[in-house]
Design a binder for this molecule. Sequence first.
Ligand code: IFM
Length: 415
Amino acid sequence: MSGFKPDFLWGASTSPHQVEGNNVNSDWWAREGLIPGMQLSGDANDSYHRYREDMSLLADAGLNSYRFGIEWARIETRPGVFSSALLKHYRRMIDTALELGLKPVITLHHFSSPRWFADEGGWSTPKAAERFAEYAKVASTILGGVGHIVTINEPNMLAMMLNLEAAARRGDLDEWQSPTIENQGVGQWEQPPLPVPLPEDGKHIIEAHHAAREELRQNTDAQIGWSVANQAFTAAPGGEERLRDVQWAFEDLYLEAARGDDFIGVQSYTTQQVDADGLVPHPPHPDNTMIGTAYRPDALAMTVRRAADVAGTPVLVTENGIATPDDERRIAYTHEALRALSTVIEAGVDVRGYLHWSLLDNYEWGHWEPTFGLVAVDRDTFERRPKRSLGWLGAVARSHGASLNAPLAQAVTQG
Ligand code: IFM
């Protein structure tokens, strides 16, 4: 595989709420106690304290980048009140990554917000952009030496959650386990697909991204972008017209908002069919992942091509992975996804890096069962147990993708 340049970023991603533990000042922490059936994040992976160990695992395996987030709910404890101790904490994390040879990719917002922000209306009020930009401005004081900043993770999922939250407030959330796509299908194979976000729910999120981009451009040298959940939509017979509407509301609105950014973050896991009635529920199948989605490693190449086309920017794959208890399957999935990605690069698409989701088996927004990690974590002792896939991905990185030429069977046994 010759497509990967020597400065290509090879790494893995996490998010604060999913790995740090005890994110008590966040809206997500509050929500976990309210929705029946949701498991609690609790101590999560205790990465708040164990980040050096996490980063060392990545670096020792041969990877050169780590995407992690800084947590707004910890940094801005009340409107306009910023914790300098917490800012220093995240600066130490950035310094640790740099010291270990990992290029940090920093996310400013990954689903969780300060409770006070949610209480004043969160992303549904015009104030959101100003609030987020102020946080981005203060955060920029610790972001020196960071090459890539993701302002908002999966703005399209965030917009969709606004919808579900409104349903929860009305008391008619029964059909959903919890308000994220991530939980779709865990043990509920017949669950319908999540609703398409309403374009108006994305409005203030898009404004916030643009306002934060301005602040970050003035105060840092980083490349600025955001990361969109890309669905690799396809039309079932008769669904062609509906496909265009769904694609626009779910994806293109957010990809178009990235025009003028320095990169578009692509997050891709599977594909989704659309027919004349809308999103088609994915049927139960032995090949399905732990969250009930189809096994589709080809989704990555499809989404990277499309995102580059619509956004018109270089691409950084900020998430790609599979929820599976079987690590050989994880290697097989990633092997196929990366081989196809290389073909896309060879065809001329400017792809700057590949960050696997996830470094750790972490808190999957209401559930602990789906395991996406390259590293397992004991929930009581917090012991990290690297899986074979971590060594395998590290070897791919060290060879600049050349090891992807080896047959899959060899990849699986040598990982
Ligand atoms: O765990 C999530 C992540 O927080 C956002 N993108 C999808 C992942 C897997 O569901």
